[in-house]
Design a protein around this ligand. Structure first.
Ligand code: SAH
Length: 207
């Protein structure tokens, strides 16, 4: 099992033994809770490692700054694996579904993660709830297509914020017609070990 996680090194992510153990423990807890609370679709262990852990970790080299928001995090992906891999950054995980936030709070307690805050809210309400300075990085995996995502997160972004949108196939049509006020900073084709599917990371900033 641990060997599968060592393939994270191929993506530029180095994990020590304690981090590997925490990541695998996270999957154990997710499996338990998912069965009890119908939390998320759970596949076999190998595909959970690939889809939930390695796919989340694949964006670690692209995180910017220390204050990271994972919006529409679901049961904590990609936010929880990234928080385990990057203890020096602070993560705020947001979802509108209460039972998913309860799982994240449970995982935070069980794994002793001091750098994760879970917020039960709709993204649209966040500017009111958290009038903090803009995030350094806003993450979104499987939340919304680019033309919906960027306007949704706009109130949370300042000039230095980077929005990291994780997607499957490269959304060429959407990139050709970005919402006003946004630019594509970079586009990365990601190789996730064991994942036989196209993965792309889009990095956006406001203009
Ligand atoms: N990022 C996770 C979950 C993706 S599913 C993963 O990749 O596994 C999308 C999640 O976004 C769901 O959990 C849903 O509850 C949440 N969501 C959708 N619209 C939202 C909104 N406006 N505000 C907060 N959460 C939202």
């Amino acid at each position: 099992m641990a060997e599968s996680l060592q393939s994270a090194a191929a993506m530029g992510v180095t994990l020590d033994a304690a981090q590997e153990a925490a990541l695998l423990r996270l999957l154990d807890e997710l499996e338990l809770w998912a069965r009890a609370y119908n939390l998320t679709a759970i596949g076999d262990r190998a595909s959970m490692i690939t889809h939930h852990l390695l796919d989340s970790l694949s964006v670690a080299p692209y995180l910017h700054g220390t204050r990271i928001a994972d919006l529409g995090t679901g049961a904590g992906f990609p936010g929880l694996p990234l928080a385990i891999a990057c203890p020096e950054r602070q993560f705020t995980l947001v979802d509108s579904t209460a039972k998913k936030i309860r799982f994240i709070e449970h995982a935070v307690r069980t794994l002793g993660l001091g750098n994760v805050r879970a917020v039960h809210a709709r993204i649209e309400q966040l500017p009111d709830l958290a009038p903090a300075p803009a995030w350094d990085t806003v993450l979104a995996r499987a939340l919304a297509p680019v033309d919906k995502l960027l306007p949704l997160v706009r109130p949370l972004c300042g000039p230095e914020t980077r929005v990291l949108a994780m997607c499957g196939r490269r959304p060429d049509a959407e990139l050709a017609a970005l919402p006003a006020g946004w630019r594509l900073v970079s586009l990365h084709s990601l190789q996730v070990p064991g994942l036989d599917a196209e993965r792309h990371l889009l990095v956006f900033a406001t203009t």
